[in-house]
Design a protein around this ligand. Structure first.
Ligand code: NAD
Ligand code: UGA
Length: 437
């Protein structure tokens, strides 16, 4: 059985590499030629822990390849994993233009029975459209199946998430397709959930939206904590000790970013609305998430009053630690707001600076990309923590204080202890916790 992965972005590249690691014969393709060139040479175009090693290993083993030609890729494979992007449209719905484009190409190249697997996150009922598109455009009367196998990996731990999944969801409408997909994931047979396709598609959107809801909920509680003597970290800990609630995804902060939660919660809202089901609950979660940035910028202003000509160090630009991905990163919104106010920024991130530079080029003194966290804080009037990379938790804070002009930290991710910060002489603002002066 030969597997093709169409679209080798954050999900597709990991999928291709990990399916090869599971022992399958895999070929990946993408319209972005540079991604294919890099992957062929054993260099991922993204930063993802553990990926490069497995990419090199499987290329060498000979069961993984990357090619430019989409037609050839489709013709040569039995199973096609569609991993193209499904970005947000202006009205909140998912843009299916790339999925539709690939479906037409599959139709034109259908030469034998194939299973077309939706791995991209797609609205419920998408499989019906893919099927119709292939039926309308296919040139040969060949059978095919469409199946859904949503991906649950997280960036930053994508390889281990893929290779040690909690669950494998397989949505099918034929035994033939079910048997093929179950065989691909044979190693995980104790974790496979087989459903119909609508259900599988909905499991993905429902899961992401629920997690986003959980984050907005704790952020809402943090707002209340800031008006009382309650400590949100303790509230989250106390809540999380109840196994029915669980202790994950209760970290308050700057809200959820990334290429998925913001778009998926809106896509599900739109799907609901289109089908006559009101999703006000998710709209409120989205609003809570958006106001995290306002609240954070207000805190900076409360500490510095006027931002014009103030030197502000910013640590953490990626939307979460252990990735170079800046899609919907809170940092970008904060940076834009600070630049509008005339602040002078010293930015640092272990992996994401090259990506940020593409839209916010270096232009000292307004925008300076620092060589390290210590370089970033030099002569700063305040330091912002936007992304909780572990190295920021391990900084020598005495050195940080000595380098700064004013020892003020506004921490959007609660990486330090307020009591310790007071002891060190910092003016320290965090999320949902009492500020100890
Ligand atoms: P991405 O933008 O990084 O990758 C998509 C890739 O598809 C791009 O490289 C693009 O060039 C390619 N592409 C577009 N049209 C193509 C075509 N016609 N032929 C070949 N290649 C084509 O996006 P991503 O983050 O990998 O997400 C892909 C999908 O997976 C989305 O639906 C997303 O919601 C879902 N998803 C993402 C994650 C994640 O952590 N990023 C996790 C689970 C699910
Ligand atoms: C998320 C899901 O966790 C994956 O299961 C899913 O496959 C993926 O979306 C997707 O569909 O793309 P990801 O976006 O990579 O994965 O990262 P998460 O760890 O979920 O974090 C998302 C955002 O929420 C980040 O901005 C993070 O900082 C924020 N977050 C997360 C919090 O603010 N608090 C938390 O407690 C957890």
């Amino acid at each position: 059985m030969k597997i093709a992965v169409i679209g080798t972005g954050y999900v597709g590249l990991v999928t291709a590499v990990c399916l090869a690691e599971l022992g399958h014969d895999v070929v990946g393709t993408d319209v972005a030629a540079d991604k294919i060139d890099k992957a062929s040479q054993g260099t991922p175009h993204i930063y993802e822990p553990g990926l490069e090693e497995l990419l090199k290993k499987n290329l060498k083993k000979g069961n993984l390849a990357f090619i430019h030609d989409l037609d050839e890729t489709i013709q040569s494979a039995d199973v096609l994993f569609v991993c193209v992007n499904t970005p947000q449209r202006e009205d909140g719905s998912a843009d299916m233009v790339y999925v539709e484009g690939v479906s037409r190409r599959i139709a034109e190249n259908l030469n034998d029975y194939k299973v077309v697997v939706e791995k991209s996150t797609v609205p419920v009922k998408t499989s019906m459209w893919i099927k119709r598109t292939i039926d309308l455009h296919k040139k040969k009367d060949v059978e095919f199946d469409v199946a859904s196998n949503p991906e649950f990996l997280r960036e930053g731990s994508a390889v281990s998430d893929f290779l040690s999944p909690d669950r494998i969801v397989i949505g099918v409408e034929s035994e033939r397709a079910r048997d093929i997909l179950v065989k691909i994931y044979e190693r995980y047979k104790d974790r496979v959930l087989v459903t119909n396709i609508d259900t599988a598609e909905l499991i993905k959107h429902a899961s992401n939206s629920f997690l986003a809801l959980k984050i907005s909920y704790i952020n809402l509680i943090s707002e209340l904590c800031e008006k009382t003597d309650a400590d949100v970290e303790q509230v989250a800990k106390g809540m999380g000790m109840d196994p029915r609630i669980g202790n994950q995804f209760l970290r308050p902060g700057l809200g959820y970013g990334g290429s998925c939660f913001p778009k998926d919660i809106r896509a599900l809202t739109k799907i609901g609305e289109d089908l006559g089901v009101k999703f006000e609950l998710l709209k409120e979660a989205d609003k809570i998430n958006l106001r995290r940035i306002d609240t954070f910028v207000d805190k900076i202003k409360k500490a510095l009053w006027i931002l014009k000509d103030k030197t502000i160090a910013v640590l953490g630009l990626s939307f979460k630690p252990e990735t170079d991905d800046i899609r919907e990163a809170p940092s970008l919104k904060v940076i834009n707001r600070l630049l509008e106010e005339g602040a002078l920024l010293r930015l640092y991130d272990p992996q994401a600076m090259e990506n940020v530079k593409k839209t916010t080029p270096e232009k000292p003194p307004q925008v300076y990309y620092a060589k390290s966290a210590y370089d970033a804080v030099e002569k700063a009037n305040a330091l912002l923590i936007i992304t909780e990379w572990s190295e920021f938790g391990e900084l020598d804070l005495k050195k940080i204080k000595a380098l700064m002009d004013n020892p003020i930290i506004i921490d959007g991710r609660n990486i330090y202890e307020p009591a310790k910060m007071r002891e060190l002489g910092f003016e320290y603002y965090s999320v949902g916790r009492k500020q100890l002066l």
